[in-house]
Design a protein around this ligand. Structure first.
Ligand code: CAA
Length: 380
């Protein structure tokens, strides 16, 4: 077993770290306070190739592996998960799905611009009454011959406003249950689309989250990805990879909190010595480091399985559940170590704690990951 990263993986990790430490840190607190979309950062990371990392170079992508992608997500998330979630949705939900299952024409028309980062994409699965229970799609895409007519509402959509292209999961044949669900590429400028207000979130406040309403939106037939009825399977397969991105994000949040806690524990003195030299704090740091290391190993194992074309759905569910849960634990301890300073904005750990919470909720809650894992244990 080789635990070494390749030269290329180290280079990508370093490039992400440099950008995060030099640029993202500058205005992360201000953007968080104002819930302001990171327009310039998204342009910059697009130019650096971070929005089309794994896409086939034939479609203007970087052709990189999932390990490199996970390492980059982790680095950005140590500083700013509003940026890394935009990057994660773009790479692993939108680009991956189009690259793997789209037609050549769809890739020429949509994927190239997405891979270059000139266009942003969004993944529209969740609905007001279909979150964890994703088969219960109420949004309809009625077959009208040469097009589908789309009606319904999607909720909690990352990049809903910034995106030019949506991948929309919708029910076309309700009598067939999940086998009647399609996935359609929808251009945001199509007539009949409106957005709800920007969600005022607890964390990741500068990522762009809205509900999206469709009223008699015409979508050409050629914009369906895959066969008729492939939409639910598409969503599940795509989310398997998405969960590696979110697991990497959670690992990055936890790592950021750990690094800040180590620094603070060396600087801050109490009872005549640095607080890290008190066993109460030293043991906390030790527990945090063990959890972070285990989460990173889970993430890299899932990414490695995907890169080697082996089944990775259960591994990505384990990585996501574990990394999200420990991100919450580690950031909570980081706030505790910082004491009163942890509870105010200046030291960033309270923001990391708010960001960690979302990793237990989106792209499948921790409980949904347990369903995926336990079913795999119990299946014959
Ligand atoms: N790959 C391919 N097919 C799959 C699959 C997978 N990983 N998992 C399930 N399926 C197929 C099943 O085989 C089944 O098909 P057949 O009937 O043909 O065999 C079909 O899908 C239905 O599967 P289940 O009976 O297992 O469905 P279920 O309703 O019991 O539960 C679930 C499935 C795992 C709970 C699923 O609903 C799920 O993952 N829910 C969570 C949804 C989610 O993650 N939402 C995140 C929103 S996106 C987001 O957050 C993005 C963002 O903006 C950050």
């Amino acid at each position: 077993m080789d635990f070494n990263l390749t030269e290329e993986q180290i280079m990508i990790q370093q490039a992400a770290r440099d950008y995060a430490e030099r640029e993202l840190i500058q205005d992360v607190s201000e953007r968080d306070a104002k819930a302001e979309y990171p327009t310039q950062h998204i342009k910059n990371i697009a130019e650096l190739g971070f929005l089309g990392m794994m896409v086939d170079p034939a479609y203007d992508g970087g052709g990189m592996d999932t390990i490199s992608y996970a390492l980059a997500i982790e680095e950005f998330s140590k500083i700013d998960s509003s940026v890394s979630v935009i990057m994660s949705v773009q790479n692993s939900l939108v680009n991956y799905g189009l690259d793997k299952y789209g037609t050549h024409e769809q890739k020429e028309k949509y994927l190239k611009a997405l891979a270059r980062g000139e266009a942003i994409g969004a993944f529209l699965l969740s609905e007001p009454e279909a979150g964890s229970d994703a088969t219960m799609q109420r949004t309809t895409a009625v077959d009208k011959g040469d097009h589908y007519l789309l009606n319904g509402t999607k909720n909690w959509i990352t990049s809903a406003n910034a995106a030019s292209y949506y991948l929309v999961i919708a029910q076309s044949q309700p009598e067939m249950g999940h086998k009647g669900i399609n996935v359609l590429i929808v251009e945001k400028e199509s007539s009949g689309i409106s957005l709800g207000p920007h969600e005022d979130k607890m964390g990741m406040r500068s990522s762009d989250t809205h509900s999206v309403m469709f009223q008699d939106v015409k979508v050409p037939k050629e914009n369906r990805i895959g066969e008729e009825g492939f939409g639910f399977s598409f969503a599940m397969k795509t989310l398997e990879g998405g969960r590696i991105g979110i697991a990497a994000q959670a690992t990055g949040i936890a790592t950021g909190a750990l690094e800040r806690s180590i620094k603070y524990s060396k600087e801050r003195k109490a009872f005549g010595k640095p607080i890290g030299n008190h066993q109460a704090i030293g043991f906390k740091l030790s527990d945090m480091a063990v959890k972070v290391e285990a989460a990173r190993n889970f993430v890299l194992k899932a990414a490695w399985l995907k890169d080697n074309n082996m089944p990775f759905g259960v591994a990505s569910a384990m990585a996501k559940q574990y990394a999200a849960d420990i991100a919450m634990e580690v950031t909570t301890e980081a706030v505790q170590i910082h004491g009163g300073y942890g509870y105010v904005k200046e030291y960033h750990v309270e923001r990391l704690m708010r960001e960690a919470k979302l990793t237990q909720i989106y792209e499948g809650t921790s409980e949904i990951q347990k369903i995926v894992i336990s079913r795999s244990l119990l299946q014959d």
